[in-house]
Design a protein around this ligand. Structure first.
Ligand SMILES: *Cc1c(COP(=O)(O)O)cnc(C)c1O
Ligand code: SF4
Length: 356
């Protein structure tokens, strides 16, 4: 099925979902009363376990009654997180935390409406309305020569038509201060059919301003032959592919799954980039772990235990930028003359302290 047909057959009704899974009474009840946007592609739905309600794919797709609980999530989270109430006047589409790079939101459509989405207010609940006028965003960028890196996001920008994507890339490349363009898209994972000949033409070729892509893959079950092919095709176009996973309770917050995810990403040429702590957005408390969890997983599942390339940086995304949360277990002691350092097996070694 080509990508447009995948979207035409979008699995967003009980009737369509039942082709893939045997719904539990609880799931059926919540879907019948549900008011949020939910759903995914037939391709991604086909990866769900028909009988296991704990299936990691199923939990990312099917709403839960736990979304109604909100003890730790912040109201108006995106206004805070994306600095929308600060003095600098920017179009809705531009979110800024850094001097030299911005996030450029171009659509609210996705190939999956992730239950854990931190942009839920915009993408899933639609309680926040933004103006996605691309030309206003482009104009703002053209007037800010200090910005050198544009992160095109959404929603999922690859749900736009090729001519629109081509237009965005062309306009950005015409600005002398833009050094690189990044896309954030889950399509290689949820809609790999999207990486077709037409899009390859739009993205491909040797250019002074390169295109980078980060996708989101949270569980090894999401890694298939189709995704492997899509990643290979992107790389053949000169597009590097990285992963930004979200640490999700009950989905990937254990050592074997966390390690398998990162190893399997490398097997299909995706470089792990970030693992995000599940942000304090509203209605996603049930996916959130204690903050230490991610650093513990890096310590116990990845660092020293597997290939160095498989190591993402564990970060908390905040209104003042992303804050790395790395394990600090390796410094055992900071003496006058020596540091004692520990490795992943608990062995220690010493290095000299160098005076300033
Ligand atoms: C995540 C993000 C970026 C990019 O951060 P990197 O650490 O460079 O990947 C830029 N702007 C905003 C608003 C972001 O949320
Ligand atoms: S694909 Fe991204 S923007 Fe869309 S629902 Fe999932 S996490 Fe949110």
């Amino acid at each position: 099925m080509e990508w447009r047909d995948q979207l035409k057959s979008f699995v967003n009704s009980i009737e369509r979902l039942e082709k893939y899974v045997n719904l539990t009474d609880g799931e059926r009840e919540i879907l019948e009363s549900n008011k949020t946007v939910w759903g995914t592609t037939p391709y991604f739905a086909s990866l769900m376990d028909p009988d296991d309600p704990e299936c990691p794919i199923r939990k990312q797709v099917i709403p839960s009654k736990l979304e109604m609980q909100n003890k730790f999530g912040m109201e108006d989270y995106l206004v805070w997180k994306e600095n929308r109430a600060t003095e600098e006047v920017r179009p809705d589409s531009i979110a800024r935390q850094y001097k030299d790079r911005v996030a450029f939101t171009v659509t609210q459509g996705c190939g999956i409406y992730c239950r854990h989405c931190f942009r839920k207010e915009l993408v899933v609940d639609r309680s926040m309305k933004l103006d996605f006028n691309v030309d206003d965003g482009l104009k703002w960028i053209s007037e800010h020569p200090e910005v050198r890196d544009i992160l095109i996001t959404g929603g999922d920008p690859f749900l736009l038509e090729n001519d629109k994507i081509e237009y965005l890339i062309r306009k950005l490349r015409e600005m002398p201060h833009i050094e690189m363009i990044r896309f954030g898209s889950r399509t290689p994972v949820v809609l790999p059919q999207r990486i077709d000949e037409g899009l390859k033409k739009v993205l491909g070729g040797y250019h002074k301003v390169p295109i980078w892509l980060n996708t989101q893959c949270n569980h090894p079950k999401e890694i298939t032959e189709e995704t492997a092919r899509a990643v290979y095709d992107l790389m053949q176009c000169g597009v590097n592919v990285g992963n930004q996973a979200v640490l999700l309770k009950g989905i990937n917050d254990n050592v074997p799954v966390f390690r398998e995810l990162h190893q399997k990403l490398l097997r299909i040429r995706i470089r792990p980039y970030y693992v995000f702590y599940c942000e304090p957005a509203p209605g996603i408390d049930h996916f959130r772990t204690p903050i230490e969890k991610g650093a513990e997983l890096i310590r116990d599942a990845l660092r020293g235990h597997t290939t160095g390339l498989a190591q993402p940086m564990y970060v908390l995304a905040t209104n003042i930028g992303k804050i790395p949360l790395m394990p600090d277990y390796y410094i055992v002691e900071r003496g006058e003359e020596e540091y004692t350092l520990r490795n992943h097996k608990g062995e220690t070694t010493k290095i000299p302290v160098i005076p300033e």
